[in-house]
Ligand binder design. Sequence first.
Ligand SMILES: [Zn+2]
Ligand SMILES: [Zn+2]
Length: 340
Amino acid sequence: MADLLRPSECGLYCEAGDFYIDPWKPVDRAVITHAHSDHASPGSARYLCSEQCVPLARLRLGEEAAIDALPYGQTIRVNEVDLTLYPAGHVLGSAQVCVEHGGERWVVSGDYKLAPDPTCQPFELVTCDVFISEATFGLPIYHWPRPQAVFEEIHQWWRDNQREGRTSVLYAYTLGKCQRILAGLDQSAGPIFVHGSMLRYIEAYRSCGVELPEVRHAVAEEVRKLKGQAIVILPPATTNDLYLRKLGPVSQAAVSGWMRVRGRRRWRSLDRGFILSDHADWDHLHQAIRQTGAARVGITHGYVSAMARYLSEQGMETFIVPTRYTGEAETEQPEGVPEA
Ligand SMILES: [Zn+2]
Ligand SMILES: [Zn+2]
């Protein structure tokens, strides 16, 4: 029997169902795991995603995009296959795609994490014959501290900055990380500002019932008036020195899994790096892969060769699923990060 899913020039293709998963070129029918731009690419005729992904996908794909919502855990027939979406725990609405046909079950993880995150439904383990896993942080050096401990560090840093009269500037990506940080911040600790591009994503989260603290648009003059009491969340790509200068004295920090590697911090001349990722670390990747019970494992996105080699050594049948490109800021990948 032919493989149920196979790589194509547009992305992962399911012939029996005649659809693509996270295609990077326009296709007739796209199933998308979540709304990050390297997974939700515009121009396809029809999209299918989880219910909670819809408002976020709209922001990415445009108001006119034809998007069908499928609640988690509900199975639909698509041509010859049964398709079900399960929570991936990555960002709001992120899903694993489960495809069943001829007694075989394949699961495509999309991006995922096992660590707790109050802004999205937790990763749900699905047993399967073939599991296609991401490997963004698929090296043993990537091991995450408890999120609770990271939030304590962030608050301590914020308090220290307040005492010194320095505004706390946190770099975090717009969809997912920003909201996860907001959900973990103590509203009573001080005023919270965000970059204008984050406001509509925050609204989309709220429209899905995710509770987030009150935030204000980070107009430089407003922030400066508060003399270092505020925290400001900006996208990692912000390199607007003029804006930063208008804020007055600042302390800059990034919140990312890449902060596990010291050189990243120096590279951006940051004062601090907080290790909080929306991807699984090495241990969690292997825990998830093992627990699916899959006999065959496909690896995609990130340190694919290292992961595949390690799994092969453990006696697992592995294959590599190509992606269009890596180096996407939205997926925590700052420019200049070496690819494996
Ligand atoms: Zn993602
Ligand atoms: Zn991704």
